[in-house]
Design a protein around this ligand. Structure first.
Ligand code: HEC
Length: 201
């Protein structure tokens, strides 16, 4: 379970339930989650691979399920169909006016790909894939991005070790306004924009 979720849960426990106990009321709804419910909900995978289940797959094994479950929207080669997102390309575009952010060019961790696909894809039929299928499809997408070989086995140990091209591309935001505390009194009346994250056309 991610640490922010724990914070939310702890905060929830001590405000809502705490005050209900304090004034002796019961709200009359909700139930204690079962272990199975908690397990089904606790599926996050961290950048370091924490949370990855046992399983494995290669790009060669991932081709068939990718073509079956993903290519209608993301294209046979990950190029994206219509307005659905492309899963390849965009290398060397991140410092351009119109960066092409894809899994290959932008995402810093391969493990996030596993988490995202396992949690939300195929679109409209989320969480229908088995762990081995997710490993294989992730491997297929990494291979389409030339990051691993067709027969490189992706599992709990090897996936976190895949070095994504933009792994070190995330730097602290230098714009002063993201560091300043909100001004509540005697503030400047004129605001000057000194830089932009993206130049709009
Ligand atoms: C019916 C169309 C559809 C299908 C089928 C589908 N996806 Fe998606 N996919 C989407 C849409 C729409 C988004 C964008 C969702 C969003 O931004 O909230 C997306 C986003 C993604 C992303 C994130 C892209 C990015 O750079 O942000 C990945 C990775 C992905 N899909 C993988 C898959 C995989 C793997 C499969 C097959 C198991 C799959 N998708 C099947 C529609 C689809």
């Amino acid at each position: 379970m991610s640490s922010w979720l724990k914070v939310v849960l702890i905060a929830g426990c001590c405000t809502a339930a705490g005050s209900a106990v304090a004034d002796g009321t019961r709200y009359g709804y909700g139930s204690t989650p079962t272990q199975a419910e908690i397990k089904a909900w606790d599926i996050d995978v961290g950048p370091d691979g924490k949370g990855l289940p046992v399983g494995q797959g290669t790009a060669t094994q991932g081709e068939e399920p990718y073509l079956q479950y993903c290519s209608a929207c993301h294209g046979e080669f990950g190029e994206g169909v219509g307005r659905y997102p492309a899963l390849i390309g965009g290398e060397d575009s991140l410092d351009q006016d119109r960066p092409k952010k894809t899994v290959g060019s932008f995402w810093p961790y391969a493990t996030t790909l596993w988490d995202y696909i396992n949690r939300s894809m195929p679109f409209g039929n989320a969480q229908s894939l088995e762990p081995d299928q997710v490993y294989a499809i992730v491997a297929y997408i990494l291979n389409m991005n030339d990051l691993i070989e067709p027969d490189t086995v992706m599992d709990q140990n090897s996936l976190p070790r895949v070095k994504m091209p933009n792994r070190n591309g995330f730097i602290p935001d230098p714009r002063p306004d993201v560091h300043n505390k909100a001004c509540m009194k005697n503030c400047k009346d004129k605001v000057e924009i000194t830089s932009q994250a993206n130049k709009l056309p």
